[in-house]
Design a protein. Structure first.
Length: 315
């Protein structure tokens, strides 16, 4: 599979006009993928103190503002929406985009926002049970004329989903790093798997775990696309590195060391080698995760210098 490059854009801390202009720039720069996230509060959590937009409405605008990139959400927490409603929204966005939308699903992690808005946030085992059920139900709705489903958490009765996806099917992604259940679910049920903020070495190890699960489940590993999101922490000059590190620590707090392991750091001339390390570890799609504010000059350097260099190196 040809190496693909994308952007995972957090819809926070910037106005809608500014965000739409950013999407258009990313699309016109030739990125292969643009995604949003599914949060009700900002991430990392700041107690609901930063401007933030809802995912489905955001993605509908993204679909209309772009023409080339594949689009998705990495990932929807299945506890926020009935799976049938989510499938209906996904197909609607797919039609708005002309068939470029792909559906990401996950077990969630942002407990403060769930509590703030009155959503139940059960333990991780229950959330993964919900993820498995939701994936099965949504897959059926997207592929079958009628769906009957009776699970512990979700149900459907003779449900139809018309119109269906533009291309007749819609790729489903599962996001997460849990080795016993999440990666097994990806091997069983997903067209793609996404991990966020892990080192290239750790991504390669997890990639091998996914391969092992595919073998155990009788699934061709090549049928599961692999992607990673990297925090975009490039700076214009090495002089800016200490300042950027201090800002990163302040933003992420106790999570800083874990997230930094999966961050693109240094200057743009150092970025191509970082990207290629993930490609060598098995990533098919490598996304820069953008949280405003982002330096326009540094992002432009990534798009106009790093991306072409990576494409050259990847052959």
């Amino acid at each position: 599979m040809t190496l693909q490059l994308g952007a995972h854009v957090g819809q926070q801390n910037l106005g809608m006009d500014e965000m739409r202009a950013l999407w258009r720039d990313l699309d016109q720069a030739g990125l292969d993928w643009i995604s949003a996230w599914d949060h009700l509060y900002e991430a990392p959590p700041k107690g609901g103190t930063i401007d933030h937009f809802e995912a489905i409405a955001t993605l509908a605008a993204l679909a209309c503002d772009t023409t080339n990139a594949r689009l998705g959400c990495l990932v929807f927490y299945v506890g926020y929406r009935n799976p049938g409603l989510l499938a209906r929204a996904a197909v609607t966005i797919d039609h708005l985009s002309g068939g470029r939308f792909e559906l990401g699903l996950g077990g969630g992690w942002h407990e403060p926002e769930a509590e703030a808005f009155g959503y139940d946030f059960p333990g991780v085992g229950t959330r993964l049970d919900m993820l498995a059920e939701a994936t099965d139900l949504i897959t059926s709705l997207l592929t079958q004329e009628r769906t009957d489903f009776s699970g512990e958490h979700y149900r459907a009765v003779n449900a139809s989903l018309l119109p269906g996806p533009v291309n007749g099917s819609m790729p489903i992604w599962i996001g997460g790093r849990g080795e016993k259940r999440t990666l097994r679910l990806a091997a069983q049920k997903a067209d793609g798997w996404n991990a966020a903020y892990v080192s290239a070495e750790e991504f390669g190890r997890l990639n091998g775990v996914l391969d092992d699960w595919c073998e155990k489940e009788g699934r061709d590993p090549d049928k599961v696309e692999r992607s990673v999101n990297l925090a975009f922490e490039l700076v214009a000059d090495n002089v800016d590195v200490p300042k950027a590190e201090a800002a990163f620590n302040a933003e992420w707090g106790p999570m800083a060391d874990r997230v930094r392991a999966g961050a693109m750091t240094g200057t743009p001339d150092q970025a191509a080698e970082q990207v290629m390390a993930y490609a060598e570890a098995g990533a098919d799609l490598i996304n820069i995760a953008l949280r405003a504010p982002v330096s326009a000059d540094v992002l432009d350097a990534y798009l106009t210098e790093v991306v072409p260099e990576v494409r050259r190196m990847a052959g």
